[in-house]
Design a protein around this ligand. Sequence first.
Ligand code: GDP
Length: 195
Amino acid sequence: MKVNSAEIVISAVRPAQYPEGDLPEFALAGRSNVGKSSFINKMLNRKALARTSSKPGKTQTLNFFLINEILYFVDVPGYGYAKVSKKEREAWGKMIETYITSREQLKAVILLVDLRHPPSVDDRTMYDFLKYYEIPVIVVATKADKIPKSKWQKHIKIAKETLEFDPQDTMILFSSETGEGKDQAWSVLQAYMKK
Ligand code: GDP
């Protein structure tokens, strides 16, 4: 898809702050540093629209990006920071759970994992959580440029096994360095927009 416009419209914590209307939404989740901001920027052809995900101490919000006036990316704060307090972790969990379970416009969650390593315990917990609520998941395996192409399929297989991947979901190899997977990611998103 050719992206003509992309802008952040709101940073929300509560449902009352979510944008009005019924445009399709895709939430993006992943552990901090997985490459989520880079993925968003690459998909939107921007250098720095999405900033590196919220660091501990910063307000944790859902950031809604309106794209071409026809869909939203909803950036979810990254997980897996060791230093986050129990209270912050609980607030984060509640915010995500409320959004995931109440938002009818949510078409799928884009879950980013690092292709180089097997998905972490946090990644598995997130995947299980989404499957529990029967949310379609598009797993984007990032940083593909960091391993040789000859090993890609082996790493994809390990990622699928580790997550106990649902065959109805999609897994995409991605690199924000080379643009690998970008066209595929857009076609998968466009297919979900029609559902
Ligand atoms: P976030 O915390 O998930 O938003 O992660 P960022 O997008 O800020 O990326 C974390 C680090 O990984 C940065 O140094 C990026 O330049 C790097 N990175 C992200 N995606 C890729 C990728 O596809 N390939 C390579 N080589 N580096 C990447």
